[in-house]
Design a protein around this ligand. Structure first.
Ligand SMILES: [Zn+2]
Length: 62
């Protein structure tokens, strides 16, 4: 199963890779700093029953 997901930084558009494991929960979120612009990104993933993931990246603060 795929564990790495990418999404665009909501500030600068850089593609950010994150790892999530479905064994750690159906819904997970974490805040990481963009490597390029250093702004905090709220990264959320939701796993379906079959393991498919819906990943979102939003600004952690305005
Ligand atoms: Zn960025």
């Amino acid at each position: 199963m795929e564990h790495e997901f990418q999404n665009q930084c909501p500030y600068c558009g850089e593609m950010i890779w994150m790892e999530f494991y479905p064994e750690e929960g159906r819904i997970q979120e974490t805040i990481i700093d963009c490597e390029v612009c250093c702004n905090p990104i709220l990264y959320r993933v939701r796993f379906d029953r079959d393991g498919a993931a819906d990943v979102r990246a939003d600004k952690a603060q305005e």
